[in-house]
Design a protein around this ligand. Structure first.
Ligand code: ATP
Length: 523
């Protein structure tokens, strides 16, 4: 019954903002076009379609607002006017009663609030659709007092999410079935991705583990602070972390007045992102200004503070290679290579013609070279590349779309701080290092090192294994014969080892020469 009323509300909002007109007019069945005309009832909407969609989503509540926010990042799928308008969506939701937050904490830890925290500020400092944040103080196992931020999930979200998602799935199926654009927009896939995203956000243990991993990865870099997670105080619905103290990144005047080197800050942002992408393959993917602050504390002055670890992206070696090779081929204007890379990846249907794909990529990328290098947006290049690839039925992996969206955020942020930021020059050393790392002796050494424990375990066992084998397979003449065979085999193995060592030395020398070549030619 509840779902019926919710469905009815959605239909009403859709009609009120004229969204049916937008959706139905794209449907290719004549009878649906007829219904559109009837439903229009002589009304005409003066506001742009993007604005109407945004207002409708705001009216439908936080889950739809989140959906719009996530959708706004899919610029590869949406027309620019809609994507732009959806990016203005903000989940301005009233905070929930702090008594409910306290109840959630007490239920999670099965003890009164006063036994969990030394002090707890009942007034939330931030509130969003899924969670709200309170400040508190804890006593750690070592007995020290620490100031913390406590993120508490909004209660009762799961049934609301599940019911709204069920309705979204039905709408997606309809759009996919009847709309002319249905196949291209992949609405069911988009809703499925959103489903995973929302359910992930509902598990704060997951967010806490993302934070811990990112903190470990960023330790040596000295450019960004990530709050420490206090695992003894974490639960699926409650996350307790070190309280950070910084100035939001968009308060540039405050930062400048405090003496922060703003152009360096812009470069550091790019460095952090590319380190996360190319070194770690694990990146913060929710880089909106609300989640980024800058420390003004003397011991960490001018360093970034990163918050909110609900969305992270992970990249495989294959993804990284795809990115690095595409970027470098793009900057050499080698569009044939870009097309070949897409075909080699196996994402393009086998009957695709390389020359057609190459021509399409050239048409998309070439206009960028009209601008100075510092004005080129890697995020835009990637987006155009994905859009072009889609026309050739290339399935772009979701993690790469997430990366492209984050790249756009980083670039936007970087250029807001320093309009002269040359993204390519800042990114180049990473790609260079990564490419050398992939082909160089370091890789060989790393592989050998990672296999070493296996050999270290096998070698001491060898005599025992040989003895066992001989014992099991009889004695006397048979054993003599077997020992002879073993000696022959050992000789062969020695020969083989000599060949491998010589070959290895030759290979390493070859790689060194190749590296020198890459240094000179590629970059
Ligand atoms: N460790 C922390 N120390 C200090 N303040 C924090 C900390 N974590 C979060 N906050 C504050 O709470 C706000 C909301 O936190 P966070 O972004 O993690 O919540 P959210 O519910 O995921 O919000 P949204 O989805 O809108 O980004 C932050 O913008 C920041 O002001």
């Amino acid at each position: 019954m509840k779902r019926f009323f919710r469905g009815f509300t959605i239909l009403w909002v859709v009609w009120r903002y004229g969204l049916h007109d937008m959706v139905l007019s794209s449907f290719n069945h004549p009878w649906l076009k007829g219904i559109t005309r009837v439903l229009r009832l002589g009304r005409n909407w003066t506001e742009p379609r993007g604005q109407r969609l945004r207002e409708a989503l705001e009216q439908l509540g936080p889950i739809f607002v989140k959906f719009g926010q996530v959708l706004s990042t899919r610029r590869d799928l949406l027309p620019p006017d809609i994507a732009e308008e959806l990016s203005l969506l903000q989940d301005r939701v009233p905070s929930f009663d702090s008594r409910i937050a306290v109840q959630t904490i007490e239920r999670a830890f099965r003890k009164p609030l006063a036994e969990v925290f030394v002090s707890f500020d009942e007034k939330p400092i931030a509130s969003a659709s899924i969670a709200q944040v309170h400040f508190a103080t804890i006593r750690t196992r070592e007995g020290t007092l620490r100031d913390v931020a406590v993120k508490v999930l909004r209660p009762g979200m799961l049934p609301v999410i599940d019911s709204d998602l069920a309705l979204m799935r039905t709408m997606a199926e309809l759009v996919e079935k009847f709309s002319a654009d249905g196949k291209r927009l992949k609405p069911r896939q988009v809703v499925a991705e959103f489903d995973t995203y929302l359910h992930d956000e509902l598990d704060l243990m997951r967010e806490a583990s993302n934070a811990a991993q990112l903190r470990r990865n960023m330790e040596g870099l000295d450019l960004v602070l990530i709050p420490e997670v206090f695992w003894d105080f974490c639960h699926q619905e409650v996350m307790v972390m070190e309280r950070m103290n910084g100035v939001p990144i968009n308060q540039v005047d405050t930062l400048r007045a405090a003496g922060v080197d703003i152009p360096k800050l812009a470069r550091d942002g790019v460095t952090i992102f590319f380190t996360q992408v190319f070194r770690d393959g694990f990146f913060h993917a929710d880089m909106h200004p609300g989640n980024i602050q800058v420390s003004l504390e003397p011991e960490s002055f001018g360093r970034y503070i990163s918050l909110d670890f609900g969305i992270v992206g992970t990249l495989t070696e294959f993804d990284k290679e795809y990115l690095a090779q595409n970027f470098t081929a793009f900057f050499r204007r080698d569009y044939k290579r870009v097309a070949e890379l897409h075909i080699e990846s196996g994402w393009v249907p086998p009957d695709t013609r390389v020359d057609e794909l190459e021509a399409a990529i050239r048409a998309v990328c070439e206009p960028y070279f009209d601008r100075p290098l510092k004005e080129i947006s890697l995020g835009m290049v990637l987006m155009r590349l994905f859009q072009t690839s889609r026309r050739f039925q290339v399935e772009i992996q979701p993690q790469l779309v997430l990366l492209q969206k984050t790249l756009l955020n980083i670039e936007g942020l970087g250029r807001q701080l320093d309009p002269d930021l040359d993204l390519w020059s800042t990114a180049k050393p990473f790609l260079e290092k990564w490419m050398l790392d992939q082909m160089g002796p370091q890789r060989l050494w790393r592989e050998l090192k990672s296999q070493a424990p296996r050999y270290a375990k096998l070698l001491p066992d060898m005599p025992r294994l040989v003895h066992q084998y001989l014992a099991r397979n009889g004695n006397g003449a048979d054993n003599d014969q077997m020992l002879k065979e073993l000696l022959v085999q050992q000789k062969l193995t020695n020969k083989l080892l000599q060949i491998i060592i010589c070959g290895g030395i030759g290979f390493v020398l070859g790689l060194v020469v190749l590296q020198l070549f890459i240094r000179v030619r590629i970059f």
